[in-house]
Design a protein around this ligand. Sequence first.
Ligand code: NQM
Length: 360
Amino acid sequence: MSGDDETGVRTTMLRGGTSRGLYFTAADLPTDPAVRDDLLLRLMGTPDPRQIDGLGGATSLTSKVAVVSPSPRDDADVDYLFLQLGVAEATVSHAQNCGNILAGVGPFAIERGLVPATDAETTVRIRMVNSDSVAVATVPTPGGRVTYRGDVAIAGVPGTAAGITLAFTDTEGSTTGALLPTGHVRDTVDGVEVTCVDNGMPVVLALASAFGLTGHETHEELAADTALAQRVDAFRAKAGALMGLGDVSASSVPKTVLLAPPTDGGQVATRSFIPVAPHTAIGVLAAVSVVTGMLLPDAVGHELTAGWPADSSRVDVEHPTGHFLVDVVVDTTATPPRVERSGVVRTARKLFDGTAFPRA
Ligand code: NQM
């Protein structure tokens, strides 16, 4: 273990999907979680809204950490612990997963020798420690080497890169223990009809119109609306309690997602709050949970699925900076409904690999 301000600590920075994070092997970090978290905060430059003395990018989407280690489980190759660091606040939370940072875990595990590469592509079974569920990543490895080059474009990231397929199993009730954590398809929170759903991420679905919004506002418009932020904060606190999450005032979940009819050729328009600030796009597992919820008869937003093609499980989700394709199959005839399949395609890119030096 190394990790003081003189010897530094080995890290790899990757963009995973539309997020960016520091990836570590568990062996390179202190084993005591309190000592580890203190080191991570000092590496990231938190607490400071500009993170000027660290590696964070002054947003929650760029203050993320993946801790990767060999998995003791038979159904997984590696364990991935996701940690969400605060920016202005000295917080480190393991209350949620991150499907974007997940996209970088397969390449990282292969490059660090935790998983042997095979020719053409390599399958990495990743146990997401935060939710104790397994994701299967398929990583392009022509000639047995990870490549980040490819022709897959994802909204919110310039250019193209190699596509990484992420297939999720057992993400139902990831954090809350149930796909429908309140026990109902529909509830009322602050006079607003909601569907609370957890297929990898606890989210609260409501219609944008119930918040006096069109659901097509820009990220900047939403970010400038301080009254909206207060309303979302109070709303998600009540929804979190209803979902059995207790006092969520210091937690990054649940997320709120507002739904509206699509306007750009997609199948639904979304505006997400993580958990109070608006997302520039939408989270991976959040998008999976949104579509899962919408597919349930009587759910908020289910009426928007009326025109969705019956012969395809791929759903095109619009968000403030483009589109996100999700593949979800739910057996709605089961009681309670059962998720049969969910997955996404993302990209990742290695930005640097080396020694990072924490603030003293
Ligand atoms: O929902 C942001 C992101 C995320 C999480 C957040 C994510 C997911 O966009 O799986 O990816 O919800 O804070 O990276």
